[in-house]
Design a protein around this ligand. Structure first.
Ligand code: DON
Length: 304
């Protein structure tokens, strides 16, 4: 790369700022998000941060939380304990589809909603509130600051969460989730409503890239073998029914959220986060995809 990184990051934003797509229409509070926000942040595994654009604006983490909660479930229940309940196969379906393995009844993977509601219930805790508190605490430690719930996003999403309620009842009926399925949806939705910035996400993702050690606080939050599992699923399933195009063009383990964030982890190197709330038809950030494509190409980041 000829230009230094900070200059390149400013440049990539100018290259990828064409409007396209819409804010998440099925959650009223997200539908009214500012569609112009655009930012990119990189955090190295040594904790150095590079950022350009709107990287200190808070937005809802949404499905990006699923990768971290899968990690917590693996820590708490072990690989076999989680594998009994959730698979690791790309579903090829939209994120809110009830994609279950016909033989076992398990959700195909932990990054679609059915799988993520399930992993949320696998986190250690006596009550749904305890489980949620553990989720919020671990995600906050990954970010290096206490994350708060965006209450407006939470209540807005709860008003339109019937599809997730249907998924949870289905999972409860088949014995995949135990306990009250409505509490599972409530606290999963709180998890999705946690406020993050692109800079937070870059540090959180660098924790994944750094074999589970938070690069700034140096806390070992997850074990290295859990990080291998999590990033494997991010590579194959992180972008839902866009995963094949993504792996081909970008080639970085990743996860998107309908709040407009996308994270990408380059193991042993860097955590990357983009923020732009305009979504394409699969629910991924349109301009975030463009930025990742540009960076993968110009910085040679494709893993293969
Ligand atoms: O459950 C939902 O539908 C949202 N809380 C999260 C969906 C999401 O972020 C999909 N990702 N792009």
């Amino acid at each position: 790369m000829k230009s230094p990184l900070p200059e390149y990051l400013k440049h990539v934003l100018t290259q990828c700022k064409q409007d396209s797509g819409q804010t998440a229409q099925y959650i009223p509070e997200l539908a009214s998000a500012n569609p112009d926000h655009l930012g990119v942040a990189l955090c190295t595994i040594d904790g150095d941060m590079y950022a350009a654009g709107d990287t200190e604006v808070e937005f809802a983490i949404e499905s990006i939380s699923k990768a971290f909660v899968y990690a917590i479930a693996l820590e708490d229940r072990g690989f076999d304990g989680v594998a009994k309940k959730v698979g690791v196969e790309p579903s090829g379906d939209p994120f809110n589809q009830l994609s279950l393995d016909p033989k076992t009844g398990r959700p195909d993977n932990p990054l679609i909603n059915a799988g993520a509601i399930t992993t949320h219930t696998l986190v250690n805790g006596k009550t749904p509130q305890d489980r949620y508190d553990r989720v919020a605490d671990v995600l906050s430690r990954c970010a290096g600051r206490k994350l708060r719930v965006m209450e407006d996003v939470y209540s807005s999403e709860m008003k339109t969460a019937d599809r997730n309620r249907a998924l949870a009842y289905m999972l409860h009926m088949t014995g995949i989730i135990e306990g009250d399925p409505m509490a599972a949806v409530e606290y999963y939705t709180r998890q999705c409503s946690l406020a993050v910035t692109a800079k937070d996400l870059a540090v959180m993702t660098a924790t994944l890239a750094n074999r589970g050690r938070q690069p700034v606080t140096k806390e070992q939050i997850f074990s290295p073998d859990v990080m291998v599992r999590v990033q494997s699923v991010m590579l194959t399933c992180g972008m839902y029914d866009y995963a094949g195009d993504w792996v081909t063009a970008v080639g970085i383990p990743s996860k998107s959220g309908v709040g407009g964030g996308i994270i990408g982890s380059l193991p042993g190197q860097v955590g990357i986060a983009t923020f732009s709330p305009q979504l394409e038809e699969h629910g991924n950030s349109y301009r975030g995809i463009k930025i990742f494509e540009h960076m993968s190409d110009k910085m040679g980041l494709h893993l293969l």
